[in-house]
Design a protein around this ligand. Structure first.
Ligand code: B12
Ligand code: SF4
Ligand code: SF4
Length: 396
């Protein structure tokens, strides 16, 4: 039987040109390409990070270094890694008027996983059409086991800041990284370069001292981990340092001179404050969410579903305690009495102790008699110790 004429694969340099054009038209701010060789230096740094316990209990970050640093493990036939950057910068937080739980900028709008994935698939289809070839590709952002910052640095998207974020000299660091691993050969880009110079602002200003060395963040101390990935209690000694952050943390990016001068607002409407929950959660309102269904109804389609209902309420308790939010006392008392989650009840007890007015002491005393969970009873006792018989905090 006569074989069909084989279509010649397009030249790598031509594919690179078409990619650039299409990716920019699709709204990506940064486009780069690298090969599929293992990310050796990133892998080495990952190994040290894991061995030092800095991955905390994030199961997916304990996977073997060989897997996380090798794009070919994700797709055997892969020949190139396309790394894309999209700015999510939605602007700066307005002043907290006193009752808000602060949300990190990347989470103000719609869930970026879904939003970006849809555009990645469209981009692949457009490339197939324009180049006239079938492309086998995997497209993802923040969802599969690959050192995305390392791959992006290899692809020329930027350099590693001391805060460990990838910084681009023209747009700063408020951008998501997305990847298309493809079986098509493209001309690679030179590695990203740049430097922090003498600056150490992020290390000096991190509220919890989580940046242990340049480019090394100990997740166990990072507010982003504590409020998002962490499923359990926020350690007592760290609670006061969390401040009013209710989801994530931007401090090490806010202080960065690259962001002060280069951050430009995202062109994607999905990442604007109006598209999602915006810069603050209403703490009192959030503390009243008692069921998973109601939580889903309010937060579905935003990144805030990640820590789950109990996680978000836990965070709001901590923010209320740190803000000494007397207006939240009735909501905290209800949470302490009625919430089905012991995680929420114990953090509500802590917050009431922090606010430390006679009303909180009464509520804590009553809860001490009725609480069945041993961990919560301990939290209540600690909170009562802190608030003297007159309702004034006595341990400061
Ligand atoms: C686990 C994780 C976290 C953890 C741990 C963060 C950390 N720094 O390790 C926690 C929950 C704390 C977290 C927080 C945040 N995250 Co996060 N996170 C990830 C995830 C899933 C893996 C990161 C990882 O591999 N960590 C392990 C360490 C060892 O790797 P690394 O931090 O990337 O560090 C690299 C450098 O050290 C580099 N390196 C190599 N050579 C050299 C040389 C020098 C000189 C230096 C300095 C570094 C360096 O090698 C390492 C390995 O790649 C990635 C997505 C992904 N799959 O990659 C997103 C990701 C890193 N997160 C992201 C974001 C947006 C955030 C937050 C800003 C969210 C927020 N506002 O709360 C914060 C930022 C905190 C911070 N300063 O890092 C973006 C970052 C985009 C960018 N421009 O850098 C990513 C890439 C997700 C995405 N697809 O967009 N995150
Ligand atoms: S995100 Fe916040 S807590 Fe984490 S390293 Fe940056 S400043 Fe520190
Ligand atoms: S704040 Fe300074 S040290 Fe930190 S990442 Fe930005 S430039 Fe680098």
């Amino acid at each position: 039987m006569e074989s069909l004429p084989q279509k010649r694969p397009p030249e790598p340099v031509e594919v690179r040109r078409v990619l650039e054009e299409r990716a920019r038209a699709a709204g990506f701010d940064l486009v780069g390409v690298t090969g599929v060789e293992p990310l050796a230096e990133g892998g080495e740094r990952l190994r040290e990070w894991q061995e030092a316990g800095m991955a905390a209990d994030m199961g997916y970050m304990h996977r073997p270094v060989e897997l996380l640093s090798d794009p070919k493990k994700l797709q055997k036939s892969a020949r190139s890694v396309v790394s894309l950057g999209v700015s999510y910068y939605p602007g700066d937080h307005p002043e907290n008027t006193g009752s808000g739980g602060r949300v990190a900028r990347y989470a103000w709008g719609r869930d970026y996983h879904e939003v970006i994935k849809a555009r990645l698939f469209r981009l692949r289809e457009e490339l197939e059409e324009e180049l006239g070839v079938r492309i086998k590709a995997r497209g993802f952002t923040d969802a599969v086991p690959l050192l995305e910052r390392s791959a992006a640095q290899h692809a020329g998207l930027g350099f590693f800041g001391r805060n460990s974020c990838l910084i681009n000299g023209s747009v700063g660091s408020y951008f998501f990284i997305a990847d298309l691993i493809m079986d098509l050969e493209l001309t690679p880009d030179p590695h990203g370069t740049g430097t922090c110079g003498q600056c150490t602002r992020c290390m000096d200003r991190c509220p919890t001292g989580a940046i242990k060395a340049p480019g090394v963040v100990d997740a166990r101390l990072c507010i982003s981990y504590l409020t998002i990935e962490n499923k359990g209690a926020i350690p007592h000694h760290l609670r006061p340092l969390v401040g009013d952050w209710a989801f994530g943390c931007d401090v090490c990016q806010e202080v960065c001179p690259y962001n002060k001068t280069k951050a430009t607002k995202s062109r994607w409407p999905e990442f604007s404050a109006e598209a999602g929950k915006g810069p603050y959660l209403d703490i009192v309102e959030t503390l009243g969410i008692r069921s998973e269904d109601e939580f889903e109804r309010r937060f579905a389609g935003t990144p805030l579903t990640r820590p789950g209902r109990a996680g978000i309420l836990r965070n709001c308790c901590v923010a209320a305690g740190n803000l000494k939010l007397e207006g939240a006392i009735p909501a905290l008392i209800l949470a302490l009495r009625e919430d089905p989650s012991s995680l929420v009840r114990s953090h509500a007890a802590w917050a009431l102790g922090e606010i430390g007015v006679p009303e909180s002491r009464l509520a804590l005393g009553e809860a001490a008699k009725n609480e069945r969970d041993a961990g919560c009873r301990e939290e209540i006792a600690l909170a009562l110790e802190g608030v003297g018989p007159d309702g004034i905090r006595g341990l400061e």
